[in-house]
Every structure is written in C-alpha cells, then in structure tokens.
Write a protein that binds this ligand. Structure first.
Ligand code: DC
Length: 231
C-alpha cells in the first residue's frame, strides 16, 4: 500500500511558505493546504458579521458555524466562505493583521485544527502554516521551517501587496510584519516556533525554485517516499 507523505511548512509571514508550498505540491502531485487562509476567512467572517475581534466567545461561535472550503489546484487555489469566493478579499493588509489577532484565540485554533487534521489525514498533502509541525501534525513525515531576513520579507510582501492593488508604503509593510511576527510568536497557545525535528531553510538569498529543489532533496531521502516513488 503506497502511503503519501504529510509535508509541513511553517515559518513567519513572507518567508516564502506559500510560493514554495504551491510549487512543491504541484511537483509531488499533492494537495496544497493553506491554513493561513482559514484564519483569514475567520477574520473576514467576523468583520462582515460586525463581531469585534476582542469578543473571543462570539468569534469562536462564528468559527464553529462557518464553512471554509479550499478548492482547486495549488497554484489556482480558491478560498470560499459559506459558498462565496473570498480569495481576493482575504489578502488585504487589514485582514492580514486581523487574522493574526483571531489566530491567538484558543477556541478558534481548536476548531480549525480539527478541520486541518481531517483535510490532511490521508496524506499526500503539503500544509502551510505556523503550527503544522508542532501541533496540527506533530508526526508529519517531513517538516520545513522557513526563515528569511526581515527586510527581505518586507520587500517581498510589499511587492505582493502592490501586485494585488494594495498600495502600502514599505514602512507600513515592515511595521505590519513586525507586529504579526511578535503576535504569532508570543501567543500562549500554539505559538510560531520550529518543531525540534524541523529542517530550517533560510530563503533570504534563494529563489523559490532553489528552495523547492532543496525541499525535494530532503523529501526524496525520506524512507517512505523512496519506497513508494521509485525514481
Ligand atoms: O500565512 P498567513 O499570512 O496567510 O497567515 C495569516 C495569520 O494566520 C498569521 O498572522 C498567523 C495565523 N496563522 C496561524 O496562527 N496558524 C497557522 N497554521 C496559519 C496561520
């Protein structure tokens, strides 16, 4: 019986997780699961329902009620909230910051964690997030933790925001990333940190293809992968 792997990719904002995760999933023929998009969907749902992010119990109740679907191939992944396409709406700077806030609420995390485990249970997934290797799949077959220089990350994110039509100054982007890093790393429940058995990759001076190549070289060395996928 061929067992497909669970590949975890964690790391701070704009470290290259989604670009490389999508490419990697495509090459492996695996499903790409963007867990950050799920936190973003909760933030958007709360904003649309007029629920302040500080009202934790209401946000948790809402998280339990909404349906979040990730559909389509890795590079054309679409995100739906109760059947409505929210792919673009969740990429604004406001929702980025709000997602980081709602992701610190333990009840929100517990609800999404359950769904993420169901989505990845059969393997054959590349899952991108902050706590995949530490909490969602502590037994993931291969765990990557991406890091990159702060200025480089801010440059990448600022460019991405401009391409999406959000005109933000570099200083604003830098501030947003610093605040998110701090919040994501310091929350009490499932903070952002590398799993002890993760492979740390510094993407500062690498192109996405170079990062993917490195990832593939680690994956190919994995016992199960080598057994199931003769070269
Ligand atoms: O990866 P992203 O920028 O789309 O994630 C948005 C926010 O969601 C991020 O600031 C932290 C949070 N997040 C999390 O806490 N755990 C995850 N597994 C994924 C994202």
């Amino acid at each position: 019986m061929v067992r497909k792997l669970i590949v975890a990719i964690d790391g701070p904002s704009a470290s290259g997780k989604s670009t490389t995760g999508k490419k990697l999933a495509k090459l492996l023929g695996y499903l790409y699961i963007d867990t950050g998009a799920m936190y973003r969907a909760v933030a958007l749902a709360a904003a649309r329902a007029g629920i302040p992010y500080e009202e934790h119990s209401r946000v948790v109740e809402l998280t339990e009620k909404i349906r979040i679907d990730l559909r389509g191939e890795a590079e054309q992944l679409k995100v739906f909230l109760d059947g409505l396409d929210i792919t673009d709406a969740i990429r604004t700077p406001e929702i980025s910051s709000a997602a980081s806030k709602v992701s610190a609420i333990p009840g929100v995390r517990q609800t999404l964690l359950k769904r993420q485990r169901e989505m990845g249970a059969d393997g054959g997934v590349v899952m991108d997030g902050r706590d995949i290797g530490t909490h969602v799949f502590p037994n993931a077959d291969v765990k990557f933790f991406l890091v990159a220089d702060l200025m480089q990350r801010a440059r990448r994110r600022n460019l991405e925001q401009a391409q999406q039509g959000h005109i933000v100054t570099f200083e604003q982007t830098l501030k947003e990333i610093e605040e998110r890093d701090k919040r994501d790393q310091s929350r009490a429940y499932a903070p952002l940190k590398p799993a002890v058995d993760s492979i740390i990759l510094d993407t500062s001076d690498l192109t996405p293809d170079q990062v993917v190549e490195l990832m593939l070289s680690h994956i190919k060395r994995h016992r199960e992968y080598a057994r199931c996928s003769p070269a």
